[in-house]
Design a protein around this ligand. Structure first.
Ligand SMILES: Nc1ncnc2c1ncn2[C@@H]1O[C@H](COP(=O)(O)OP(=O)(O)OP(=O)(O)O)[C@@H](O)[C@H]1O
Ligand SMILES: [Mg+2]
Length: 209
C-alpha cells in the first residue's frame, strides 16, 4: 500500500526539507520503497538526494508534480517536500493527493501568526476538517525549558493541536543535510539517540497509513 505524506507549512525555514529528508531516510532504512518528491523550486531536497552516498539506503526522487501524479505501484511511502508560500488552490491540490499532512513549526513568536493562518487555510479543506486527513505537527528546533518552546506548545493547544514529535535544535542537522544523510543513517550512538525523537511521528504515520 502507498502512503503519501505531505510536509507542508506556509512559513519558510521551519524545517520542511529537514523533516522530509528524515522521514524519507527513516522509511528507506526500514526497508520501505520510498519516493521523495521535491516540489520546491529551490530544490533543497534534490540537492540532498544528489549528494546522498551510494552506500546509504536508497531513496527515489521525483522533481515535479507530473511525476508524483503517476507514482509507480511498487512505491510504499511518498514524502512530498512542499515549498513555503503556497497559494490556497495549490495547498488544496497537494492535500487532495496526500493521505496525511506533517506540519513542522518553530518556537518563535514571529511564526505564530503565519502558523495560525496556515492551519486555518488547511482546516478549511473539507476532508481535513472532517478528520479524513490527519495533521501531524512537529515541534522543530525544540529547546527543553526554553520559554519559546513552552509558548509554542501552549499556543498549539489553544488552536486544538499538539506536537507529535519534539526535534531538538542541533547543529548536526545542517551538517547531515549537506552530506545527503539523516540521523537514521548514523552509526554513532549520540546520533542514533536522536532517532528516538522522530519515532512518535513515524509511529503515528504508520498507524494512520
Ligand atoms: N532541528 C534542527 N536543528 C538545527 N537546525 C535545523 C533543525 N531543523 C532544521 N534546521 C536547519 O534550519 C534550516 C532550515 O531548515 P529547512 O531547510 O529544513 O527548512 P524549510 O522549511 O524546508 O525551509 P524553506 O521554506 O526555505 O524550504 C536549514 O539550515 C536546516 O539544516
Ligand atoms: Mg525546504
Amino acid at each position: 500500500m502507498t502512503v503519501r505524506i505531505c510536509v507542508i507549512n506556509g512559513k519558510g525555514g521551519c524545517g520542511k526539507t529537514t523533516t522530509s529528508t528524515h522521514l524519507a531516510a527513516a522509511f528507506a532504512v526500514s526497508g520501505l520503497n520510498t519516493l521523495l518528491v521535491d516540489l520546491d523550486r529551490h530544490k533543497g531536497a534534490s540537492r540532498w538526494h544528489k549528494v546522498r552516498p551510494k552506500s546509504a539506503a536508497t531513496v527515489r526522487l521525483a522533481q515535479s508534480k507530473a511525476e508524483f501524479g503517476d507514482i509507480p505501484k511498487d512505491v510504499q511511502r511518498v514524502v512530498i517536500d512542499c515549498p513555503a508560500s503556497l497559494r490556497t488552490p495549490q495547498i488544496r491540490e497537494i492535500v487532495a493527493e496526500s493521505d496525511l499532512l506533517v506540519v513542522p513549526l518553530l518556537p518563535s513568536i514571529f511564526d505564530e501568526h503565519a502558523t495560525k493562518l496556515f492551519l486555518k487555510r488547511v482546516m478549511a479543506i473539507k476532508k481535513v476538517r472532517k478528520g479524513q486527513k490527519d495533521i501531524l505537527v512537529v515541534h522543530n528546533r525544540y529547546r527543553a525549558r526554553s520559554r519559546a518552546s513552552q509558548d509554542l506548545d501552549a499556543y498549539l493547544e489553544n488552536l486544538g493541536h499538539r506536537p507529535h514529535a519534539y526535534i531538538s535544535d542541533r547543529a548536526i542537522y545542517p551538517q547531515l543535510a549537506g552530506q545527503g544523510l539523516s540521523v537514521f543513517d548514523a552509526t554513532t550512538k549520540p546520533l542514533q539517540a536522536l532517532q528516538e525523537e522522530w519515532m512518535p511521528l513515524i509511529e503515528e504515520i504508520e498507524a494512520i497509513g
